[in-house]
Design a protein around this ligand. Structure first.
Ligand SMILES: NC(=O)c1ccc[n+]([C@@H]2O[C@H](COP(=O)([O-])OP(=O)(O)OC[C@H]3O[C@@H](n4cnc5c(N)ncnc54)[C@H](O)[C@@H]3O)[C@@H](O)[C@H]2O)c1
Length: 323
């Protein structure tokens, strides 16, 4: 029998029509499984071509309950914007968990954008105040937009305070987000996107040595922050104001620490698996400052990719290639 796989371009992946709400639900299942110790996911190995903070990571995961096995090969090149190219690019291979045979190769940009934001939402559901209405976004690129979309699914958002070092990024963000009905307030100083906000998302470049823009005293009592760009945006003393500092995977964080990241962060309260499985309480009072620093996990991608594949097969999307 001829063996074949389904190739899905970025446009194909996006066109199958998975919604942010559906992706949040898929990640809820995956983190619940992780919390019960039922996900196989070694820390990601990486290579670092060129200079500075460039990376290409291999991210394998197996989630038995979701019948999902595969690997993402993803690049992050912070200077790509100067070439008009995306920061994050890559491919994802999905395997049949029964035979190991590859069944699909797909672009991973869209999935990475959506699942990262959905992981913020999974954390925020347990760590943020339910009535949170004002969001601060620092770094108004792909993640800034996707995180806004995800938080808007779960919270009664009204206003987004938007900061970026590139004013054109804020203008593009404003145009896109204002079209969804949210009020966008472009701000000139990063503090205006932190103080006074119920929810804060930092999504600038990931740097081994943090630029540490956000100072102690900026984050309000009762606020929740999602550090999509690791600790890069935060002064160590500002991080230490957190009453609960979470991550998505402790072994992965330890791995990053060994290679030079996260040299001055607070103790980890728990990971998202423990929160979702109910093994640790989330927010316990209205005054707590809570944070999650989600590193981005292979299981996030593998939670989403099978549904993309199944919908593509059902709708005749993509290109079949011989193996
Ligand atoms: N944790 C995860 O799971 C995960 C997943 C995907 C991406 N990321 C990270 O999220 C970050 C954003 O990725 P993206 O795809 O949105 O990239 P992007 O290039 O679309 O957006 C980055 C934005 O940050 C802005 N920026 C650059 N330097 C800045 C600074 N010093 N202060 C404020 N803004 C600054 C840029 O102008 C740009 O608008 C990257 O660091 C990426 O590695 C994390």
């Amino acid at each position: 029998m001829e063996r074949r796989l389904l190739y899905l371009s970025q446009a194909d992946v996006a066109s199958v029509g998975l919604t942010m709400a559906e992706i949040i639900d898929l990640l809820e299942v995956a983190f619940g499984e992780k919390g019960e110790g039922r996900v196989e996911m070694p820390p990601k190995p990486g290579i670092h071509p060129g200079q500075g903070d460039n990376f290409i990571h291999a991210m394998p995961a197996y989630i038995p309950a979701m019948n999902s096995a595969g690997v993402k090969w993803v690049s992050g090149f912070p200077e790509n914007y100067q070439r008009g190219l995306p920061y994050i690019t890559g491919l994802l291979i999905l395997n049949d968990p029964e035979t190991g045979i590859p069944i699909s190769v797909m672009d991973c940009e869209w999935i990475t954008a959506m699942r990262t934001a959905a992981a913020t939402a999974v954390a925020a559901r347990r760590l943020a105040r339910p009535e949170s209405a004002v969001l601060g976004v620092l770094g108004c690129g792909v993640q800034g937009r996707a995180n806004t979309e995800a938080l808007n699914v779960l919270f009664p958002l009204q206003r987004v305070m938007a900061y970026d070092v590139r004013p054109e990024a804020v203008r593009a963000f404003e145009k896109e987000i204002a079209a969804t009905g949210l009020e966008v307030v472009p701000v000139d100083h990063p503090r205006q996107a932190v103080t006074g906000c119920d929810l804060v998302v930092t999504a600038g470049p990931i740097l081994k040595t943090p630029h540490a823009t956000i100072q102690p005293g900026w984050l309000d009592a009762g606020a929740f922050a999602s550090l999509v760009d690791f600790d890069s945006y935060w002064h160590p003393q500002a991080l230490k104001e957190a009453d609960k500092f979470c991550t998505d995977d402790v072994p992965q964080l330890e791995h990053y620490r060994e290679v030079g990241y996260f040299q001055d962060i607070p103790p980890i309260y728990c990971d998202l698996g423990e929160l979702v499985a109910g093994k640790k309480p989330g927010r316990e009072s209205a005054d707590e400052r809570t944070m999650t620093c989600n590193l981005g996990l292979a299981m996030d991608d593998m939670a989403v990719a099978p549904t993309v594949y199944q919908r593509a097969v059902a709708s005749g999307t993509g290109t079949w290639l011989p193996l």
